[in-house]
Design a protein. Structure first.
Lengths: 227, 458
């Protein structure tokens, strides 16, 4: 019975195909710079959305090979340049999967830094070892030749696309979709009716996995459905 | 590249100096040390190998990543680019352009490379500018301005500026912006220099030219200045297929170590850099001595600069004095064309150290990271961009800190190996020639209007 179900899933055609895209990024040097935490707070309030995106979502791609100890640039700077371990821990705890807008993400960052400075006023103007330079990401979407009509083709695409493509659909997508989900899971659920696979993929922890791990996990869940 | 000077363009040509071997007598006095073998290295530069093809990078970066470059380039077919700098040979910029230009042309983005000309007086002025932009003193007299502008004018008359994108590298060709037309061509200033603390007089003279550009590119946010035009970040990069970075057969590495008298059965700690106080080679020996009280290791200091530079010779002398008669300190003064030797030494190393006190970008760090080696480096210049403390390597601020990290990493090989793995991935993601090609293609698309970057959704 299980085998029959698996075969049916393998034969199922999607209502709409999945087009694998990727993205190329160019970093623009920002105008904001922080030499201490109070300057960081001010810059967080006024920097462009592209800077918040760069130092949170994008930095995850740039450091995708690190499984632990790296979450976003703000947390790393608080730890390495300000020696503010508690603040670093709280900033690192921000999970970009839980935010669906840059405005919400910015507010979370501001709230955490503000709260920390209220509790630790002496940290406000203590000079950081190295300044924090804000930058911004300019993103150009790049199509790939991979298109999936069914689960087999989807697995093939996952196997062959670049890690940037995985990041684009699995992590960046949350901002586009404004949902607590990703492109892969949405397509699998709504176009191919494999909600269980979609759900398992959506629960892959990007903070304890590299993008290679994410690729392997998606393939494992899809292969499991294919039998 | 002035901000990312590689070892290759700074070494001297007097042949290697092993411990105990005869050094150029007038420059460095001979010091009684244990005899070591003196390997044979060509006394003249070997012919450069043909530049790699784009497809050669597929096994390194992946076919999908290469396909993305082709896609980005496809929308630029027929567009033309001109790169302008001040020298065709020698120096990091020429080295980089030698690799970049063929790759861009292979992608059918027609890219020409032109070199400005000038007399000795012009290059004396631009050398003064260069040093002053790093913070040194220089008087911008009327004569200096006249020389700079006269040669700029000569080059303007000689050169053609019909390309779609015109890229001027560093200050020497910066004033060619006077040829900018309002109806055609976008101009970019690629600054390889650390401009964080420029001499105000020199910068005040150059800035009106720079402000006319459509974009500027810096190697680090810390090196940039507030300008009227958008500024982009292009990291210096290494070519993984160059002689200095390509994979080597184990037999080549072993032979090189045998030739240099390096014992591969024991840990090897290596710093590759010219003999320059800012690289703190004496501090590295002191750190090694502190570490050696607890762990066994050899120290290799390999570089150049001790023959053509009086200060380099003095530093080498200090280094040899600090090393004393320790047979495990191996000092090698290599000629500038020792790319394979440097490559082999880095690959043979257990740890790579770059304990600089001041640094541009630090391409020797990039080279060490690319070889998957745990790197201990001074937290200066562009190094923290590459060495993310405790993630892709370790940063140090003192001799004692360096000594501790040598001890720690030699006694925690799993952790050291993880740093090495992460370091290599970091380079693969950000500091390879192919990443730079992608940045140029993106910049072209953005400036020429063939792509419109997507703002993050909000």
């Amino acid at each position: 019975m299980a085998t029959a179900n698996m075969t049916a899933v393998a034969r199922r055609k999607a209502r709409a195909p999945f087009h694998f895209n990727s993205a190329a990024h160019l970093i623009r040097i920002g105008r904001e710079k922080a030499g201490n935490l109070s300057e960081l707070l001010e810059a967080l309030r006024v920097c462009p959305d592209e800077s918040i995106f760069q130092h949170t979502f994008q930095t995850l791609r740039e450091h995708h090979f690190i499984r632990e100890g790296f979450s976003n640039d703000f947390a790393h700077w608080a730890f390495a340049s300000c020696n503010e371990v508690g603040l670093a821990e709280r900033l690192a705890g921000i999970d970009v999967r839980e935010v669906t807008s840059i405005a919400a993400l910015r507010q979370r960052l501001v709230d955490i830094v503000e709260d920390h400075l209220q509790q630790n006023p002496r940290a406000r103007d203590r000079a950081a070892f190295e300044p924090f330079y804000f930058s911004a990401s300019e993103v150009v979407v790049v199509p790939t030749p991979f298109v999936a009509q069914d689960l087999e083709e989807f697995a093939d695409g996952i196997r062959h696309v670049s890690l940037t493509s995985i990041h684009f659909h699995f992590i960046d997508a949350r901002l586009r979709l404004k949902l607590d989900s990703n492109d892969f899971s949405l397509w699998l659920k709504h176009e191919l009716d494999v909600a269980a696979v979609a759900d398992r993929i959506n629960r892959i922890d990007i903070y304890t996995s590299t993008l290679h791990d994410v690729r392997r996990a998606i393939l494992r869940f899809v292969q499991g459905a294919l039998g | 590249m002035s901000d990312g000077k590689s070892t290759q363009d700074t070494m001297t040509s007097d042949g290697p100096v092993g411990v105990g071997s005869v050094v150029s007598a007038p420059v460095v006095p001979e010091i009684e040390r244990r005899q070591r073998p003196r390997p044979k290295i060509s006394t003249t530069p070997p012919a450069p190998p043909p530049p790699p093809r784009l497809q050669d990078y597929a096994p390194i970066i992946g076919q999908p990543e290469l396909d993305e470059l082709h896609f980005l380039a496809k929308q630029l077919h027929g567009k033309t680019v001109k790169m302008v700098n001040s020298t065709a040979v020698g120096g990091g910029v020429a080295e980089m352009l030698n690799r970049l230009v063929p790759l861009m042309n292979e992608l059918e983005v027609v890219t020409r490379w032109d070199v400005i000309t000038g007399g000795n007086d012009f290059f004396e002025v631009t050398k003064g500018f260069h040093n002053a932009l790093h913070g040194g003193e220089y008087a911008v007299t009327q004569a200096v301005k006249d020389i700079f502008l006269m040669y700029t004018e000569q080059n303007r008359q000689r050169m053609d500026f019909s390309e779609d994108l015109l890229v001027m590298h560093d200050p020497q060709p910066a004033a060619l912006i006077r040829s900018k037309r309002s109806d055609h061509g976008r101009w970019v200033w690629r600054c390889h220099i650390d401009l964080s603390n420029p001499n105000p007089e020199v910068w005040g003279f150059l800035r009106p030219f720079v402000d006319q550009y459509d974009a500027a590119i810096f190697s680090s946010p810390a090196f940039s200045r507030q300008l009227a035009c958008p500024q982009y970040l292009f990291y210096p990069c290494i070519d993984p297929l160059s002689e200095k970075n390509k994979d080597l057969d184990e037999s080549v590495v072993q032979k090189m170590c045998d030739d240099f008298g390096i014992d591969r059965s024991r840990p090897i700690v290596t710093q590759i850099s010219r003999f320059d106080r800012l690289k703190d080679p004496v501090g590295v020996i002191q750190a090694y001595k502190l570490a050696k009280k607890y762990v066994d290791c050899q120290l290799v200091l390999a570089g150049g600069g001790a023959t053509d530079d009086p200060e380099g010779a003095a530093v080498l002398q200090e280094v040899m004095e600090e090393a004393g008669d320790d047979p495990d300190v191996i000092i090698l003064n290599l000629p500038p064309w020792s790319a394979i030797e440097i490559n082999a030494l880095q690959r043979a190393s257990t740890l790579i150290v770059q304990k600089s006190l001041k640094e541009g970008f630090g391409l020797t760090v990039t080279e060490g990271l690319w070889k998957g080696k745990p790197v201990i480096a001074g937290a200066v210049g562009g190094i923290p961009t590459q060495v993310i403390h405790k993630l892709t390597g370790v940063l140090v601020h003192s001799v004692e800190g360096c000594a501790y990290q040598i001890r720690y990493l030699l006694t925690h090989p799993d952790y050291a190996a993880q740093l090495g793995r992460h370091g290599r991935e970091h380079v693969k993601e950000n500091f390879l020639m192919t990443a730079n090609v992608e940045r140029w293609l993106l910049l072209l698309q953005i400036l020429l209007g063939t792509a419109h970057p997507q703002p993050p959704e909000d």
